[in-house]
Design a protein around this ligand. Structure first.
Ligand SMILES: *Cc1c(COP(=O)(O)O)cnc(C)c1O
Length: 371
């Protein structure tokens, strides 16, 4: 298995002169929550039409200065990624399949008419930031402790220009936030709301790209979900309102009685998760039969009632693998009659976490060392 060797020395370091005190950081790492504390530095690379990518730096974390006319603020030309850094038992710090995120980031960039960033700069920015802020990667207290440092690369159109065209000035940043498990209930099954008024993505749109606009468009549905006691929203395809696509920020899998593990096949309205891709491989390893195909809401309803479908789970970097207990709609609740123990979801989840935390052999070469 070959590995990309990435130099970090192209990033100039401007160290923070007021880094967080050790005891304060340790306190935060005891109970980091999700997405509310940030490390002392951020990585930054600038792009201009004339020069391309330049001015690589790691600098103190802090507010950005943007011209009020910056096009991201008006037209939403923005993309992002989500990837984690895991501390292994020997203290080293690793990340999971970053070349997949780098590739997806370029796919998103093309769709949003933003410049593409190389693997070297993408992975290099993670390494450069971690070289400074590795003390912020929490150490798991046990095998069931899913703490990590969540990394958030993002790219914004920063040119001060109100005309409508792709910006000529763009900034790329990486910020980092220590994280505990995403859902407070751990692997307790969650209730999912089925959005019937709102769509997330349409053919020819931006559904396959990881962009802020998709999330902005999903928030009204998310609000509806919360009002109905659900923690996430499931979206159907916009054309027919029949085919299951995914959640606002996670892909979906259906486990059948005969060992088939089905996930909706990729279209331009589904975001290809790195976790989804990894689950397809791990399911096969577990002797199951992974399948990518269209699956309808009717099949979910009927399979749940008949016991043909034994488990449903959602997956993504932030929440790993989360069993779905029931699907709630305006006029029905779809609950699985069979199973309820989510054995397959738990098995695949454990396999994935063991790999990410270095507790099992990295036989696919999925790990990249950051520190
Ligand atoms: C990020 C994301 C996912 C999950 O992708 P991972 O690479 O597994 O984290 C799924 N759906 C949407 C819409 C997303 O934005």
């Amino acid at each position: 298995m070959w590995r990309i060797i990435v130099p970090t020395d192209r990033f100039t370091l401007l160290p923070s002169n007021q880094p967080t005190a050790d005891n304060i950081r340790d306190n935060i790492l005891q109970n980091p929550g999700f997405g509310s504390h940030f490390t002392d530095h951020m990585a930054h690379v600038r792009w201009t039409l004339d020069t391309g990518w330049h001015a690589h730096e790691v600098r103190p974390y802090g507010p950005l200065t943007l011209d009020p006319a910056a096009s991201v603020l008006h037209y939403g030309q923005e993309i992002f990624e989500g990837i984690k850094a895991y501390r292994h038992a020997d203290g080293s710090v690793w990340t999971f399949r970053p070349e997949k995120n780098a590739e997806r980031f370029r796919r998103s960039a093309r769709r949003l008419a933003l410049p593409e960033l190389s693997d070297e700069d993408f992975i290099g920015s993670l390494k450069a930031l971690l070289a400074q802020d590795h003390a912020w990667v929490p150490t798991p207290a046990s095998d069931s402790d899913e703490c990590s440092l969540y990394l958030r690369p993002f790219m914004i159109a920063s040119e001060a220009f109100l005309g409508v065209r792709p910006a000529h000035e763009v900034d790329y940043y990486v910020i980092a936030s220590p994280a505990a498990a995403y859902f407070k209930g751990g692997i307790d099954p969650v209730s999912i709301w089925l959005s019937t008024h709102y769509n997330r993505a349409a053919p020819g749109g931006t559904g396959f790209a990881k962009c802020g606009g998709n999330y902005a468009a999903s928030l009204a549905a998310q609000k509806e979900a919360s009002a109905n006691g659900c923690s996430q929203v499931a979206f159907l395809d916009a054309a027919e309102g029949k085919w299951i696509e995914e959640l606002g920020g996670m892909n979906l899998f259906f486990v059948f009685k005969d060992g088939r593990v089905v996930t909706p096949r990729l279209t331009d309205t589904i975001l290809e998760g790195v976790t989804r891709n990894s689950v397809l491989t791990l399911a096969k390893d577990e002797g199951l039969t992974p399948k990518e195909r269209a699956i309808s809401i009717d099949e979910w309803r009927e399979g749940a009632a008949s016991g043909e479908i034994t488990e449903v789970f959602a997956c993504g970097t932030a929440a790993v693998i989360t069993p779905v207990g029931e699907l709630v709609t305006d006029n029905e609740r779809i609950t699985l009659t069979a199973g309820g123990n989510n054995e397959i979801a738990k098995r695949i989840r454990t396999k994935l976490l063991d790999l990410q935390y270095g507790r099992s052999e990295d036989k696919y070469g999925w790990l990249t060392r950051l520190v």
